[in-house]
Design a protein around this ligand. Structure first.
Ligand code: PRP
Ligand code: MN
Ligand code: MG
Length: 181
């Protein structure tokens, strides 16, 4: 355990806090979609933890599907050019879909994804994200359900990775500079 912990500087949100917030969001979502079928779409890989905890906070039926997408371009993340690595198994025509994300950083990934899904003529598309960095936004993304706004710092855990590591942390924490410098 100490192994991972020495790479962190500050815990921004504990597991308990995150779970409590997702319960609140799940209650709002249940009320908003009352009487409607709901398909939740998790964006691999970061959204795995949020999806697992949000879905289990519902007392209603939800269908789950997954998409894997990747920004590509020169090295750094989120060029805004996105390619589909794994598409939905589900035809979302006339379906109410809720995209589930771990974090909105620049907003480029979700801007692309929302427009991609809209082109498939769903009944509705909304977004639920556990975290958002308002100060990093390059595109305004209309998000209906937000867990926490966080500062524009390097954060990991609860699905969020640095070089594919730290996703399995239960909390969300800032990464110590010695890790990435
Ligand atoms: C991360 C995160 C979001 C996206 C947000 O995914 O999980 O999906 O970046 O960034 P943006 O708002 O600047 O577009 P990433 O592309 O790192 O893939 P991963 O989920 O597999 O880690
Ligand atoms: Mn992601
Ligand atoms: Mg990532």
């Amino acid at each position: 355990a100490a192994d991972i912990e020495k790479d962190l500087t500050e815990i921004l949100h504990s597991e308990e806090e995150i779970l409590a917030k997702l319960k609140e969001l799940a209650a709002r979502i249940e009320a908003d979609y009352e009487g409607k079928d709901l398909l939740v779409i998790g964006v691999l890989k970061g959204a795995v933890m949020v999806m697992a905890d949000l879905a289990r906070s519902f007392s209603r039926h939800v269908e789950m599907d997954w998409m894997a997408i990747s920004s590509y371009g020169s090295g750094t993340k989120s060029s805004g050019v996105v390619r589909i690595l794994k598409d939905l198994d589900t035809d979302i025509t006339n379906r109410h879909v809720l995209i589930v994300e771990d974090i909105i950083d620049t907003g480029l990934t979700l801007t692309w994804l929302v427009s991609n899904l809209q082109s498939r003529q769903p009944a509705s598309v909304e977004i639920c994200t556990a975290f958002r960095k308002p100060d990093a936004a390059k595109m305004a993304v209309p998000v209906k359900y937000v867990g926490f706004d966080i500062p524009d710092e390097f954060v990991v855990g609860y699905g969020l990775d640095y070089a594919e590591k730290y996703r399995n942390l239960r909390c969300v924490a800032t990464l110590a500079p010695h890790v990435y410098s």
